[in-house]
Design a binder for this molecule. Structure first.
Ligand SMILES: Cc1ncc(COP(=O)(O)O)c(C=O)c1O
Length: 417
């Protein structure tokens, strides 16, 4: 292992208990640097924005710093392309309304069955409101990969918008988003990417993948409950926001309705500072190579994410091998060990011996925390024929999980199976 697991875990106060937190795709534990930023906000600069007094000025400066860090995290061209909001779902409902104003009745939007419902329902409801056609792209149920032939066919219809996930919250698949976006743009579609499940596992580059919108959620990457949306600046300027009249007329302010959750914006900054700490502390082995392509904070963040990727590779392989070895267990998604790079360490399965709810309850009592159900990946659960059977059991690792926890989980599941 490239990291010192005890040192890593000591950065997460909530991990100071004996249970195994394998519920990470549902939400990660918060890192100390983020907590400190949130506390610091309340203790030193709690005020509304835009005032001509010191606490308000300190608050505004901290929000600017957080926005700049988030822009670096996603490689936005400017902090003005970063919009903070309650969470991914709320941001998507709000942004889809604004996007809807530039679509016309009869336009087609393309969605995928591999997506979380937060990147489906807002668009379905928009389609209803605006008279749009909806086309779904399926995934391959055998391996949980997106059906790229269907995607190509859907794009050939010249849709106005494609909403696609970066990584599946149920099956762990990482979609080839750059290639998909290229195809979508060639067809003239705007692309809205849900990166909630990819953000904790790899460094996003909105300029490289060339998306128009991308959204993620800080509580999935060791920060507080707060959504972060990237939008291409010219689009953000062009879109009309649903806002009150005295609010700013330009992005990002026009999309950040009401009084901001400034303390959690500071908390996002603290979570990103943790990635930087990881890069500075454990990133040396990757430095020679990565410093050819990255510099400044992007380099440090990339080093941090590379540390995470390397660590998760070991954990993910152990989970995959272990789950494949358990009889009377059906594992869904990519199972090919040589394709670990195409998935995040999130695995979903069912047991012949009991329902997902019973398994999660029994594991919970044994101190193993994980989720059961459809995790709002409703289309996946339906497509796999599991929606009426209680869905799936989902285990999702983070770099702070120890191999001892993984082995404990595998032994417990084998017993249940
Ligand atoms: C892939 C994906 N998209 C969207 C969401 C919704 O995010 P939020 O809770 O920030 O609204 C989740 C939450 O689990 C998710 O996993």
């Amino acid at each position: 292992m490239i990291i010192n697991i005890d040192k890593i875990r000591s950065m997460f106060p909530a991990l100071d208990r004996p249970e195994a937190f394998l519920d990470n795709p549902g939400g990660t534990q918060i890192v100390r640097t983020s907590l400190e930023r949130i506390n610091g906000y309340y203790m030193k600069c709690n005020a509304n924005h835009g005032g001509s007094f010191i606490t308000s000025q300190l608050s505004d400066a901290l929000v600017d710093e957080a926005r700049l860090a988030a822009a670096d995290f996603l490689n936005a061209r400017s902090p003005d392309e970063i919009i903070f909001g309650a969470n991914m779902t709320t941001l998507t409902f709000s942004m889809s309304r604004a996007i809807g104003r530039i679509l016309k009745a009869g336009d087609t939007i393309v969605l995928t069955r591999l997506d979380h419902d937060a990147n489906i329902s807002p668009w379905l409801m928009l389609a209803e409101d605006r008279g749009l056609n909806v086309r779904f792209v399926d995934f391959n149920p055998e391996d949980g990969t997106l059906n790229l032939k269907e995607m190509q066919a859907a794009l050939a219809d010249k849709p106005a918008l494609l909403a696609v996930g970066y990584s599946s919250n149920a099956l762990g698949t990482i979609n080839p988003v750059k290639q998909i976006i290229q195809g979508a743009h060639a067809a003239g579609a705007l692309v809205y990417v849900d990166a909630v499940q990819f953000a904790p596992h790899g460094l996003i580059d909105v300029q490289d993948i060339d998306c128009d919108f991308l959204v993620c959620s800080a509580y999935k990457f060791f920060g507080p409950h707060m959504g972060v949306l990237y939008g291409r600046q010219e689009l953000l300027e062009k879109l009309e926001a649903y806002k009150v009249r005295p609010a700013p007329v330009h992005a990002p302010g026009k999309f950040e309705t009401g009084t901001g959750n400034f303390e959690h914006m500071a908390g996002v900054l603290g979570a990103l500072e943790y990635f930087e700490w990881l890069g500075n502390t454990y990133g040396d082995p990757f430095k020679a190579d990565l410093s050819k392509r990255y510099s400044g904070r992007r380099l440090t963040l990339k080093l941090g994410m590379e540390v995470i990727r390397k660590d998760e590779e070991t954990i993910s392989l152990a989970l995959l091998k272990g789950l494949k070895n358990i009889n009377r267990l059906t594992l869904y998604g990519l199972k090919d060990e040589s394709r670990l790079g195409e998935r995040v360490p999130t695995y979903s399965f069912t047991l012949d011996s009991m329902s997902p709810a019973s398994a999660a309850e029994k594991l919970g009592k044994q101190g193993i925390f994980l989720w059961n159900g459809n995790f709002y990946a409703l289309e996946i659960s339906r497509r796999l024929g599991l929606e009426d059977k209680g869905g799936l059991i989902r285990v999702g690792a983070a770099h702070y999980n120890s191999m001892e926890e993984i082995n404990r989980f595998l032994t417990a599941v084998a017993d249940l199976a």
